[in-house]
Design a protein around this ligand. Structure first.
Ligand code: PLP
Length: 419
């Protein structure tokens, strides 16, 4: 459930008419509901009550400081995949003891940064990373707490770009190799083995793949125990899907119930790394219709938001619902909703049935709170759009719209071009 709803044919975010925000800040902009974020986090986290667990929000889904601060306030930890994300998490007040660090290409300076900050766990993705981490910890005179991210070879039945637990994916270490790496890790002086990690993909709408993955991880934990390698944390990653269109993902309570059942008697703390399920439906992208062009084969509705603002439709062919901010009567049309960018791949929707529109009408691209702003770019020298958060009847700009000057920040024309 989310807090975007119609009242007298007009879309509200909590108690604020979206149109009012558009009038004040202009479009496009991302709009997040404080209450939806809170509700989603609490529903997810409390579903695991009764089992030792830590919910680490996946920062890459939405890394705005205000969003992270909200999660911190609710008691959440953070799953980061870069030094920059760690910096953001800490700036938002995250407790380093609740931060896990994933990613296949952690650089030495990122490892050192995270070691100095004293994070909970490094999710190691290769044998070489293990060695680099041991050396970094040695230099800093400390020990690195680790889990090995295993690749359990499970098909999550999602888009190939967001499935990560198959042997052909770059993520994690295959089970057999992982066992050997744990044995090697045991010999490293500056490594402390504390967990096993996996993350099989994103936008997963069935529970079975998660259960299968957890079973494989459990098996490894038991094998390791026989060899006196004691695992205290099982990190099952994120990946629970949401409804964009017709999908019927399991409720977090069903998902949690199945996982908690599997965790029974394992004597480990369960770590979860949800991103999309917390933030996805807590945000929308608001855009204005610029022109409508009737071709012989298609009608194009050109709006002021583009693939640089929201790349999911272009990148994954994903569906994002599009709704009017103010509903009006009239015959529906079928159109491609496209942006101003000079690419045929620049679209937000194709062959979509929408209510009649005219220039200056406002539209909401729904379910845009995760992998929306964080994947945005400045392509075509388009300033990145502002992010706004609503709480009750108030709203606040949590990231300003970029100005043209911001587009050139850090650029220099060398002296040798001035002659
Ligand atoms: C992206 C990612 C997540 C979050 O995935 P969601 O589908 O948004 O829940 C969690 N863990 C890791 C390692 C990731 O890369």
């Amino acid at each position: 459930m989310h807090d975007f709803h119609y009242d007298h044919e007009e879309l509200y975010c909590e108690d604020v008419p979206v149109r009012k925000i558009a009038d004040e800040v202009g479009t496009p902009f991302y709009l997040y509901s404080n209450h939806t974020l809170e509700n989603h986090f609490n529903v997810f986290d409390s579903a695991f009550d009764g089992t030792d667990h830590l919910t680490c929000f996946s920062v890459k889904a939405n890394s705005n400081l205000a969003v992270l601060k909200k999660i911190v306030t609710l008691g959440g930890g953070m799953d980061v995949v870069s030094g920059g994300e760690l910096f953001r998490a800490l700036r938002a007040g995250a407790d380093p003891r609740k931060v896990v660090f994933s990613g296949v290409g952690k650089q030495v300076k990122e490892l050192e940064y995270a070691l100095r900050e004293g994070i909970l766990m490094f999710n190691v993705e290769s044998s070489q990373e293990l060695v680099a981490l041991d050396q970094a910890a040695g230099r800093l005179g400390t020990k690195a707490p680790i889990a090995i991210r295993v690749n359990p070879h499970i098909d999550p039945k999602t888009h190939p770009y967001i499935s990560t637990g198959l042997k052909k994916n770059k993520f994690g270490i295959e089970m057999q190799q992982a066992l050997e790496d744990y044995r090697e890790a045991q010999k490293l002086k500056h490594i402390e083995i504390i967990g096993v990690d996996c993350h099989i993909g994103s936008q997963i709408t069935e529970i079975d793949p998660f259960v299968e993955a957890l079973r494989k991880v459990k098996e490894l934990v038991l094998t390791l125990r026989e060899e006196s390698i004691h695992i205290r944390y099982i990190d099952l990653g994120g990946g629970l899907g949401i409804t964009y269109d017709q999908e019927q993902p399991p409720h977090p309570r069903e998902y949690a119930a199945r996982l908690c059942e599997e965790m029974h008697g394992v004597d480990c703390t369960l770590i979860l790394e949800p991103g999309r399920v917390i933030a996805g439906n807590a945000g929308i992208l608001v855009t204005t219709v610029i022109y409508i062009k009737e071709g012989t084969e298609k009608t194009f509705v050109t709006v002021d938001a583009a693939m640089n603002d929201l790349i999911r439709p272009s990148l994954y062919g994903s569906f994002q619902a599009i709704q009017p901010i103010v509903k009006k009567p009239g015959k529906e049309i079928v159109a491609d909703i496209v942006g101003p960018i000079c690419e045929s791949g620049d679209f937000l929707a194709k062959d979509r049935t929408i209510p009649p529109v005219k220039p200056n009408d406002l539209l909401a691209v729904m379910s845009a709170g995760a992998y929306g702003f964080t994947m945005s770019s400045n392509y075509n020298s388009r300033p990145r759009v502002p992010e706004i958060m609503v709480k009750g009847a108030q709203f606040s700009i949590i990231r300003e719209r970029e100005r043209y000057e911001d587009l050139m920040r850090g650029e220099h024309i060398p002296e040798f071009l001035n002659t």
